[in-house]
Design a protein around this ligand. Sequence first.
Ligand code: G4P
Length: 527
Amino acid sequence: MSKTLDNQMQQEIDKRRTFAIISHPDAGKTTLTEKLLLFGGAIREAGTVKARKASKHATSDWMEIEKQRGISVTSSVMQFDYNGHRINILDTPGHQDFSEDTYRTLTAADSAVMLIDVAKGVEAQTIKLFQVCAKRGIPIFTFINKLDREGRNPFDLMEELEQVLGIRSVPMNWPIGTGRDLCGVYDRMQSQVELFQGDDHSTIQVQKVEDYNDPVIREMAGEFLHDQLCQDLELLDVAGDPFDMEKVQRGELTPVFFGSAINNFGVQTFLENFLKLAPKPEPRKSTAGLIEPTNEKFSGYIFKIQANMNPAHRDRIAFLRIVSGKFQRGMSVKHVRAGKEIKLSQPQQFLAQDRDIVQEAFPGDIIGLFDPGIFRIGDSLSQGSEVVFDELPTFSPEIFAKVTVKNALKHKQYQKGIDQLTEEGTIQVFQTVSFDDTLLGVVGQLQFEVFEYRMKGEYGVDVQLQRMSYQFARWIIDENIDPSKFRINSTLVKDKKGNYVVLFENEYAMRTAMEKNPTAKFLETAP
Ligand code: G4P
């Protein structure tokens, strides 16, 4: 590569930040995303993201389910520019009926923003998503939202982060008052106060100060709140963790920001600090070792496949995370698994409002590829050499059902549907070892509804699902597997690739099995 091209690549890589927002439903993810897009000028008015959610429903028939339930099951990507940065936000479904897709999407992110409701603290879905991020060791930034409401004490929340998630935290700013008394935050890194004024906290005044003892804060916030602030910050200075960039990068320490997304309060400073601290596109592991973004050959992997965004065509869109090199429209790349050269002619980039045809893209970017049925989750595409990225993990499903086809004559279509929906990652399929029953496993209940709906709509097959009481799946590695050992509150099944998996009804059954089979390995993700 020439020096100028090299420089251009480096600049493109340096300015990119690709991250996901992880949270429990209702914490304010849509609101925060919208404010970030507003700063970037990607949208002009608030309400657009919500409206977009609604309009997407109209263009997709099986998403009728979403419309009926008023939720979004699909995760998408939003790109915008801010202060010389190019930002890719990976959206993760917010409803508790989220799916394995949500987990897989996190593998395409280089960092995560964990959004927490100040009154509710760490909630169930946040824990699950956090764990996936923590396993990858990516940096996690915390935004504690809804500070305009009465909430929990910030020290309690920090304690909870440590107790529940096992991560230490370092507050980057600290609230001056909370709820109705909230008047601003003190920025610990830049020694400045941001004050919110007016009932809606809309006017923000930023003032540089000496430190938190500065009498200027006392004048602005009053004696009571200033005393409280000084007390809290003295304690933090003495007993809190100092900011340590290396620990942040390893995902061992989370920088915490307090704010209120709806009032646009603390959002801009959060964004600016986040952009400074968050990693640029990271290398990914492959059969050829670590692939650096600066590697001149284009490469990437597919982490998500979404069907039927346009009801007129039964097409699918495969989402590809670019790992290295420059993408150019019309380029030919190797589809490594299929052993074929393919031309990437109609790639799409996902902006806030529209899908645009993308001409070029760089490491960290996500592009949507038209998929006539040639891609599977985890497929690698590369230019020149045969790079295969580490397979995306298959996550343990949490809900299971036995599936049967109502009309036996439809067996062929049924099989085709199952195969295709497995490839897309909508469901996981297991066969029981003892009776050869077919079981489906999913992460969220909604996936069953999507499965039934699509089997009927696309393959003309009526299926019957019978819920099973299993809650956990563990891939088992054992030299002498004995199915009779897994009869009480558990069952032995095989996954699509023939790996043995044990399904358990409860944690107790799982623990007992582990104790009784000390030589066996029980894995949370497929080997
Ligand atoms: P989600 O995507 O994480 O599910 O959350 P969303 O942004 O939809 O926000 C959930 C609710 O919380 C919304 O209220 C939203 O207005 C509110 N909210 C978000 N940020 C803040 C904040 O900083 N302070 C306060 N007080 N509320 C906040 P809603 O009544 O459910 O919906 P809507 O009628 O406002 O759309």
